[in-house]
Design a protein around this ligand. Sequence first.
Ligand code: CO
Ligand code: CO
Ligand code: CO
Length: 318
Amino acid sequence: MEKLPPITDPRLLVGANQADDAGVVQIRDDLALVQTVDFFTPIVDDPYTYGLISAANSLSDVYAMGGKPLSALNIVGFPKDLFPIEVLTAILQGGQDKCAEAATLIVGGHTISDDELKYGLAVTGLIHPKDVITNAGACPGDLLYLTKPIGTGTITTALKAGLGSAEMERRVCEVMARLNRDAAAVCNRIGVHACTDITGFGLMGHALELARASRVGLVFEFHRIPILPDALITVAQGAVPGGSRANRLFVAPDADYSSRLSEEQILLLCDAQTSGGLFIAAAENKQKAIESAFIDAGVEAVCIGWTVAEPVGRIAVR
Ligand code: CO
Ligand code: CO
Ligand code: CO
């Protein structure tokens, strides 16, 4: 949509030109809609688990804006010559169960015949216009939190190549299927400056979007960043999705990596995630409140760094 003229309308609180997680449209003084859509090809073999993960991923963009998901529509591309219909039923059951966990109603959807299996959801949420959390509100001196470990791209690539263990698969599926609801509830309750979720552009790509939108720089401490067990091993084995390599190149001009970091560690920072965690900028004086709220909510959030006034739009990783 970059090539199209921007849409300007007072009702459009967050639009496509803002590189944020979801669009936000005001419908009343005290109410706005949060809208997003996402779908992808299977990330794991088990169709039910694929449904759970795809739904958690689609719902996440509503949570990342501070919204509460209300309803959803299924989007399916199905190769009926390749799979029995039971596969589609299991995928949709996974999506429905995850939406039920999120108190989100699936109200319909659309299926087309396709060469490749695809599943996702278009999700609508509600929010008070004053409560919208964009990726543009971070201030210098904020603390940066990440609520899920990174490494789902390399781990799922390794599993597809037959390199993984059952334990690796179980763990990565649990992380990807986990809702960002509880992490978002902490943001709503404590009040944060900025938020986004970590998906296809990886930690570095989404963090860079936040840095640019907020006009700040970011500092990460590598040793604090939560990483899935085995993820550094699978990167070293060459299990690196094409998207992660593209992210590595995309962020390179704006990233300053410590010379102590290996190429494998840098690739992991750029690893394309599916249904990753929330990346949050919160005022330093909220540190105690937000960290105890994360613990109370059972959210494994980690402070991975902080924001700086300069240089704007750059990330330093120590
Ligand atoms: Co997002
Ligand atoms: Co998004
Ligand atoms: Co998205």
